[in-house]
Structure formats: structure tokens, C-alpha cells
Design a protein around this ligand. Structure first.
Ligand SMILES: [Zn+2]
Length: 273
């Protein structure tokens, strides 16, 4: 047993673990989803501190993966009953409803986790109220963070790019998280937006035609031989016009041939001046 004190600030939704500050939910969500069960390196702050056995790790992961989906998930796995009652009519699901009605939420601790309040002075005449818990193992730790997420009405989604769980910053149709997967430079939001844009491009024959010509001219501007090369000025001007032509074609439902001719003519006109 290696007890540790964690502090929670309900107002700012922050959890303080080993001197570090995290958004509530971050540690639990990354624990159940990002850190695979095969990862024995223990880089996650929770595992690092408690160094639990593989069995305990697997148990905690499975339990909270299920509880998160059943009690906090939006569009993850919704029971038929909840769907019928709320989602069908686009009504918000009342707080604690999923938790109360989730059959799989059957978790309780062997003993209560002791908690006390601390008012900490932040500035002159300004105090912040913290809840301080003494936790003695990984399951207690997960429990405290999970219950906090329930209590604070936090909703969880699964990122459609990296498949990690995340808490969306705003309401509405948020499909991607803000992590940068696989050590890359782009966030899942950026990767997802790009993929959707490209998918949209290839679905519509007019967009596809525009893209083909754009890529051809871009190639000629970047590395064409002297007789077909497009100057940077000409390309920049054509690019602007091409966007307008494309939008007009989409709005007026042109034929692919018509769009191709217009895009080509625009370049010829620019080059002839
Ligand atoms: Zn993601």
C-alpha cells in the first residue's frame, strides 16, 4: 500500500495528482483507453505510482471502460431505453440518469475513501475549496475520478480518428479529439477535417474535376518545363478565379466538361494579358 493524497477543485474541474494539475477525466480516460493492457512500462501517472499487478490493471481498465461507456457516453453505447426516452427526441439526458439506470454499474469499494475539505488562500481575501482524498490503490483512484465526472455532468465521446475517449470542449457534433496521435504534429481534429474534406472532394464529380485540374496546374507551376510552366503570379491569380468558378459550377450544377473548359480558359486569359 502506498497511500497518496489527491486534491480536486470542482469549480475549475481540476485534479491534482503528485504535484501535477490535470483536467478531471484526463487521467482516467487515458488510463482505460490509451494505455494498452500490454503496456508494462508504467508511464501513466497512475500506474507509475501504484505499480499494480497485471490482474489489477486489467480489472480496473475493464471496469471503468464499461462504466464510462454506460454512464458518461454520448453516442458510444446507449441503451435502447435511454434512446427511446431522450435521444430520439433530441432531449438532453438528465444528469445521473445513465448512472442510475446502468445495469453494468455495479461497482462499490471495499471501504469508503476518506475525504476532507481544505480552503486554500489564493490571493488576498480569496480562497479556493478543495476536496482532498487519501487513496490507497488504483481502484480507489479510478473510482474518485470517475464519480467526479458523473457528479460534474461530464460527457465522454470516442474520437473517430484515434479511438481514444475525450471530453468535448463544446456541445454539438464533436467527432475528434485534440490529441496529436503517433507523435505527429497534427491533432485528430485537423486530421479528421482534412479527411472529411478529401472524402467530400472525391464524392462529387465537379469537385473531383476541379481537384484534378488544380493538381495538374500546381505541378506545372512547381516543376513544369519551360514551355508549359505557369508563373507564380499567374498561378496565384488562377487559383483565386478557379475557386469562384468551382463554386459557381457547384451552385449551377454544370457538367464536368463545362467546368473543365472554364478552368482552362481562365488560365489562358490570365496568361494572354
Ligand atoms: Zn483522437
Amino acid at each position: 500500500m502506498n497511500p497518496i493524497e489527491i486534491r480536486i477543485d470542482n469549480d475549475s474541474k481540476k485534479i491534482y495528482f503528485k504535484g501535477e494539475e490535470y483536467e478531471i477525466g484526463t487521467l482516467l480516460l487515458s488510463f482505460v483507453k490509451e494505455v494498452s493492457s500490454a503496456d508494462g512500462s508504467g508511464k501513466h501517472p497512475y500506474i507509475k505510482h501504484f505499480g499494480q499487478s497485471k490482474t489489477t490493471l486489467a480489472k480496473a481498465r475493464k471496469l471503468y471502460d464499461e462504466n464510462i461507456v454506460k454512464c458518461l457516453g454520448i453516442g458510444l453505447e446507449e441503451s435502447r431505453k435511454t434512446k427511446e426516452l431522450f435521444r430520439k427526441n433530441n432531449e438532453p439526458v438528465p444528469r445521473f440518469y445513465r448512472w442510475q439506470h446502468s445495469k453494468s454499474y455495479n461497482h462499490s469499494l471495499d471501504k469508503p475513501v476518506p475525504m476532507q475539505y481544505q480552503a486554500v488562500k489564493e490571493a488576498k481575501d480569496s480562497y479556493r475549496l478543495y476536496e482532498t482524498y487519501i487513496v490507497t490503490d488504483l481502484l480507489e483512484l479510478c473510482y474518485v475520478e470517475f464519480i467526479k465526472m458523473v457528479q460534474l455532468g461530464m460527457n465522454v465521446r470516442e474520437c473517430q480518428n484515434c479511438h481514444s475517449y475525450f471530453v468535448p470542449k463544446r456541445e454539438g457534433d464533436v467527432k475528434y479529439c485534440r490529441r496529436k496521435p503517433d507523435g505527429g504534429n497534427r491533432t485528430c481534429q485537423q486530421i479528421g477535417a482534412r479527411a472529411e474534406f478529401q472524402a467530400k472532394d472525391t464524392e462529387n464529380p465537379l469537385r473531383l474535376q476541379y481537384l484534378k485540374i488544380y493538381n495538374r496546374y500546381y505541378g506545372r507551376y512547381r516543376s513544369g518545363s519551360d514551355d508549359i510552366k505557369i508563373t507564380p503570379e499567374h498561378f496565384a491569380e488562377w487559383k483565386e478565379q478557379a475557386k469562384e468558378i468551382r463554386d459557381k459550377a457547384l451552385a449551377e450544377d454544370w457538367t464536368v466538361e463545362q467546368l473543365r473548359t472554364e478552368l482552362k480558359m481562365a488560365l489562358e486569359t490570365i496568361q494572354s494579358i
